[in-house]
Design a binder for this molecule. Sequence first.
Ligand code: CKX
Length: 608
Amino acid sequence: MLEYSLLYPEYSETRLSQKLDGMWRFAIDWNGEGGILNWCAGIPGHDTIPVPASFQDFYTEKSIREFTGDVWYERDIIVPAAMEGDRVYLRFGATTHRATVYLNGVKAGEHEGGYLPFMVDITTMAVYGKKNKVVVVVNNELNETNIPCGMTITLGNGRKMSKPYFDFYNYSGLQRSVYLLSLPKIAVEDVDLSYAVDGEHAEITYSIRTTGDADVVLSLFDEDGKKEASSKGGSGVIKLENAHLWQVGNAYLYTLRIELRDGDKLLDVYEMPIGIREVKIEGTKILLNGSPIYFKGFGKHEDSDIVGRGFNIGVMKRDFELMKWIGANSFRTSHYPYDEEIYREADREGFMIIDEVPAVGLFESLSNFLDAGTGKGAKSFFSKPTTPILLEKHLKAIEEMIVRDKNHPSVVAWSLLNEPESTDENSLPYFEKLFEAAKRFDPQHRPRTFAMEVSSSPERCKCYHLSDFIALNRYYGWYILGGYEISDAEAKFVAEMEKWKALNLGKPFIFSEYGADTLSSEHKLPSVMWTQEYQIEVFEMLHRVFDSYDFVRGEQAWAFADFQTTEGLMRVNGNKKGIFTRQRQPKDIAFVLKKRWESMPLDYKGDR
Ligand code: CKX
């Protein structure tokens, strides 16, 4: 069990919450001496930097952008006197990849894992009604004992450099909001909800975890603020006769109000939006509220100009508008859990999310995306002396992701790894533990999967049977037989699909990635690779194959938008497989997808 609550930092009658976003003081620890020089009591220099944001893309010096090691943040806060007597925390939305937090020069807490929140308890350390100094040291080094995997090398000039085993830039820093929070001594700590839907009849099974003894009172309000139901006790069932269901593209959100009481005394209030819906897999169908659904959408990244992976509410809004425009209904949070605001927006807009833990780069190759794309390079990633440490961190990230995201109606499935090496015997016991943990942590037992690259073939993969639905990342027509060889790519793709079909797994398949790098500047008739015309040809070929297999229940194009990667021969200032540019303007393929997706009903292939 986690030692802190991961509930969204809501404000309420009993809870105070103050965002600490804005300009923080900032220093790069070039010589790794900040600890010895006591920077935890105050950092040197006068530089300031926005929070939330990645630190990399603000500066003009390459040595700063590529800096690998410790960066230090500092700001003063007033801890209001009104918070005294409560439990007081600093809550960090994401510190990539690890952080130690100091208050007034004293260590207050630490966390490893760059894409999930954590809280540090400063109740007894804070000076109330006065200025307090917060210092955070963030380290962005990559290794093979934490996810995502990579390595850190040292150049001849003594500078460290990150070598990700994954295809996105190693953005880091305080990339999400920081909050100062106060919670009552007896507070709601966690909420488990699960749903059973039968026509308009719905049952909500709940269980509330608290930090102390209290009477629990629940009230459920509809979107007009009318009380629909209430219940007493820490666990129970709420029944609704005419429930408004949360549907794709037609979200309905109730407000669940949880009160903790001691007789007439109100100890805590926590309110949260909830959506009633049921996700199930039956044979090769994925059912939402009993009806078959087909996934249309994207693998995405949190990635934009200037702020890098820093959460940007404007970019979020634009992305949802573009996804609605193109007729998408879903996305995968490739390759890490995103900012909580994105899930809240998906809840409101009726988008389905496949929520992915940051387990990417678990493949014995520096250029995973390159070797993996052709099926080469698979060795034995899960039989190293360090594998048990990696597993422990991986399980912790799964727990944190599920505890944080389990109550979003938009989250309909968990992805436990992206493109891992799964062809070696040693992968199986590792994967089994992940799948077991995801089931244990999720009261709704949502479908679990992992995204498989091409060497995880029907003949060689040792783990696909663990997935509730099969998620394939396939690049026929790009990494495999691109350009004029596209007809052979199609034949090879069909040959693979026939092998999956022959296995008769009785499970749904989703294409969790497919695409082709395309420069928005390039046009050519007849096409060549990298042009907008060629991207369209690849998608048309792949869609033809998807459409000819009934067990294919979804397609999520790679990628929503162009994104930054490490520089290299295969990348022209980033990965250009975007359907939109990094500035969120459409490439020609966007209009092709719009036509296709708008013509496909939500229950596409549902009668087969
Ligand atoms: N899949 C061969 C993971 C993504 C990459 C994508 C690509 C690969 C392909 C695997 O993170 O960006 O190469 O475009």
